[in-house]
Ligand binder design. Structure first.
Ligand code: NAD
Length: 357
């Protein structure tokens, strides 16, 4: 419960969200609501089945499919899609897939002002944020702009059933990281606290069940629900040390996004725990374990995902460099960033050893 003595600010965002099973059937009417008759569909490569299902549900409102979305939104990929969009004179963007497809939709919406309808099929949460990370020549820059927020989001549990178990688990832990850092965010408020705790609870229940049976509809519903809440937190409050370290590991060392989040999270929770007691109490309640860092680490061991940065090909010799790069841009964290302690944190994450000191 909120303490009853604190002031806070909450910024709500205007966005239409349709959630459930079979909700893709609403695509035609949702595009009509946006005034679209001639939309461009965006996906990553190899998503032919997904594209067919989306096109079939659009009532003829999707004019073309562009499969050029890529991880970390390279500007070269955005420019290629922009040329196609202009030649087509598209009147809306429909992105379908994970954060990479959503990112391309955002990058094009920013450049054209066209409405963007997002159909997420992973748990990354980008569809709920006014944030975009773009890469030029391997350098990633992140921006915030209200124009980046998709106008409409259709969450359809049916579209997540084929997401492979290991990818589901890593992506779900990426969502868990949004929830965890929202709990101790400097600008957290009672509403984000509620959403973040509920997200952590839903994801912790769902992910082990999905790994056992990826077509477990109830677990899929719960994971997508947790991802929606966690994404909303990510779009509302500032993130801290965990997201900073993962940004450096992904941006400068090309490690895969969701898997990196999954590995690093328990170690950052252990680092921040002494400086974030109320957040840890909420997290402990959500995870059903008095030691959230160990509970998260134990969960990662069971999920069939990479468990150490070393497994992702990260050289041990570069860990101090990660800390140095992270330190170049000041960021807020509940516990001050101590370079020596952070190097130890990364060493443990590199080995995959338990997070407790
Ligand atoms: P992704 O979008 O690259 O998807 C990973 C792989 O899974 C791709 O090959 C994709 O084709 C496949 N896939 C997606 N859905 C599937 C499904 N249902 N069934 C089978 N295969 C499926 O990865 P991601 O982790 O979702 O997103 C990562 C990207 O999103 C990164 O670029 C990251 O920076 C960005 N991101 C941005 C924000 C934000 O707020 N701006 C938030 C989170 C992530």
């Amino acid at each position: 419960m909120a303490s009853g003595s604190e002031n806070f600010i909450h910024v709500g965002r205007a966005q239409r969200v349709s959630f459930g099973g079979g909700t893709l059937a609403m695509l035609d009417s949702e595009l009509e609501r946006l005034g679209s008759r001639h939309a461009l569909l965006l996906t990553t490569g190899g998503q032919g089945d997904l594209a067919s299902r989306v096109i079939a549900a659009s009532g003829g409102r999707i004019a073309r499919w562009h499969a050029g979305a890529r991880m970390h939104t390279p500007v070269s990929a955005t420019e290629a899609a922009l040329a196609e969009l202009r030649a087509l004179q598209a009147d809306a963007l429909v992105s379908a897939g994970g954060g990479s497809a959503t990112g391309l939709g955002k990058a094009l919406a920013l450049r054209t002002g066209l409405p963007h309808l997002s159909i997420p099929t992973t748990y990354a949460g980008s569809e709920m944020t006014p944030i975009l990370g773009e890469t030029v020549d391997g350098r990633k820059t992140t921006m915030r702009d209200p124009a980046l927020l998709p106008a409409t989001v259709i969450y359809d549990v049916e579209l997540t059933l084929d997401l492979p178990a290991a990818l589901s688990a890593a992506s779900g832990m990426n969502a868990m990281a949004h929830a965890v850092e929202a709990l101790y965010a400097r600008d957290a408020n009672p509403l984000t606290d509620l959403m973040a705790e509920e997200a952590a609870r839903a994801l912790a229940a769902a992910l082990p069940a999905i790994v056992i049976d990826p077509r477990d509809r109830e677990a899929r519903w719960r994971a997508l629900y947790g991802a929606w809440l966690a994404g909303t937190c990510l779009g509302t409050v500032g993130m801290a040390l965990h997201h900073k370290l993962c940004h450096v590991l992904g941006g400068s060392f090309d490690l895969p996004h969701a898997q990196t989040h999954c590995i690093v999270l328990p170690y950052v929770v252990a680092y921040n725990a002494p400086a974030a007691r109320p957040a840890m109490a909420r997290l402990a309640r959500a995870l059903g374990d008095p030691d959230p860092a160990m509970a998260l680490w134990a969960m990662v061991q069971r999920l069939g995902v990479p468990r150490a940065l070393g497994e992702l090909g990260m050289p041990a010799s570069a860990l101090e460099e990660v800390v140095r790069i992270a330190d170049q841009n000041a960021y807020w964290n509940p516990r001050p960033a101590d370079p020596a302690a952070l190097t130890v944190l990364l060493r443990r994450a590199h080995e995959g050893s338990p997070p407790a000191s």
